[in-house]
Design a binder for this molecule. Sequence first.
Ligand SMILES: O=C(O)CCC(=O)C(=O)O
Length: 202
Amino acid sequence: MTSQPALFDEQPKGPGLDVILVRNAVDSVAADAAFVALRERVGWRQDYLRMFGRLISVPRLESWVADEGLDYTYSGIHHDPDPWSEELLMLRNLVSEHAGATFNSVLCNLYRDGNDGVDWHADDESEFGPMPVIGSLSLGATRRFDLRRADDHAEKIELDLHHGDLVIMRGMTQALWKHRVPKTKKPVGERINLTFRSVIRS
Ligand SMILES: O=C(O)CCC(=O)C(=O)O
């Protein structure tokens, strides 16, 4: 079961899009503390993609934190899980309450400046199930988050995500839409994004 949007939650509209935007899901004091703790304590690592026989560095640092045994591979990059920290467990509970769903894993992303970003993709690996609920929490610098329909790029939504904002993607969003955080030439500070997910293993 998933939750209904609360009175002040935003619900961007698009065909097949099922997204709720909770502004200030984490208040600024708690978000400041979470940013500092995560920046320091997450085991940030630089991953590389093999393209045309060359290794290209992924334009962000990452860490996969999950329940024991839940490894994760995407775009040829394999992640063994790091254990949950106190901060991540606290944030997981908060995101679960908003999303009305439980999560057993989180991909942590660190965007160091405007040269970091993530290109168009969907979190549609089969191990997340056909209609995954994904809770995506932003901390630190404001960055743009774009969504566009996979089969009709004219259907596009641009959101500015601020410190403490939470995007919940669910229903057919991963099957029908793609999302990205574009690089920017504007001077921007560091941003941490946590995308909480549930890996289904039989
Ligand atoms: O940084 C974000 O807001 C999005 C991250 C993302 O798309 C992902 O981890 O799959």
